[in-house]
Design a protein around this ligand. Sequence first.
Ligand code: SAH
Length: 352
Amino acid sequence: MALLATSTIAFKTINTQIRSRSFLPAQRHLPLSSSPPSSSFFRTVSVKAMELEQKNPMVIDENGVLKKGIAEFYDESSAIWEDIWGDHMHHGFYPPDSTVSLSDHRAAQIRMIEQALRFASIPLGDERKWPKKIVDVGCGIGGSSRYLSEKFGATAIGITLSPVQAQRANALAAAQDLANKVSFQVADALDQPFPDGQFDLVWSMESGEHMPDKAKFVSELARVAAPGATIIIVTWCHRDLGPDEESLKPWEEKHLKKICDAFYLPAWCSTADYVRLLESLSLQDIKSEDWSPYVAPFWPAVIRSALSWKGLTSLLRSGLKTIKGALAMPLMIEGFKKDLIKFAIITCRKPE
Ligand code: SAH
């Protein structure tokens, strides 16, 4: 997933929100981790972001600049994320109406993995049918790979565009005595360095939103899947279009564009688009669901931690890309609230 955007306006939104706390209805059980930063602190971060923005105007196109931006974004921000949130760089799954405590977030991220496995009908009760060889496409620092490898006793290979992530993921695997089972490398999901039909679980947790060519992305997932393999895609989508609609509304396009600029994302697609792509590849048991309601507490919690002293000082020490990402977080919350952004799971099986 795209982490931690972009204008002073967004920053002002965060600033106003933390003051009024109006953006935290589901978080009322979370105490602020320390006393709120002073207004001069906010000004300092904001001015730094603006200065950096002027020096490094961001350009995104689909000919390599996007990939470079993604790699640099994660090179720069992954250590901060790990420091504050741990090794899973994806949303948590929060049961409806649950109270959310600060310590629950890692558990919520694990719950996301477990729920995804269940949704995809992985036979958790039958060890003989557990996945043995997993590919983690867009692996971050390898949280899913290590978790799945330990859970199933499987081997896992993760790919990321970020050299810093690949290195850190390998170091964490070694530290957990998993180096013989799990490994990570820099590679492009749209041109994967694997022969056909290799993996019995193809896992993409919040990386699809970064892919500029969704058809190529999905066809690569299907290509590396072994016959009978399960493919799990958890990703950000825009709402499905109505029967009379040919495109999103102008305000919706504008809103997504701001998020794209901050998080290094190309054009978005809908869940229905993913389903059509999977159907066109004759994949079986295609299922999808909107999990937006289950992830609602996530961004407010991330903003909260970014606004803690630890979060802010880390942000100040980071670079422009991370700061821009942090400033875009309220746009995600607004997008979900306005039913524009959908948190989607799409799963299927490759025919035997
Ligand atoms: N799945 C991980 C990380 C999600 S962050 C987790 O849940 O913890 C998104 C990840 O997608 C990053 O690691 C980024 O490098 C990766 N990514 C984005 N575009 C990619 C591409 N074209 N090829 C490979 N990895 C990509």
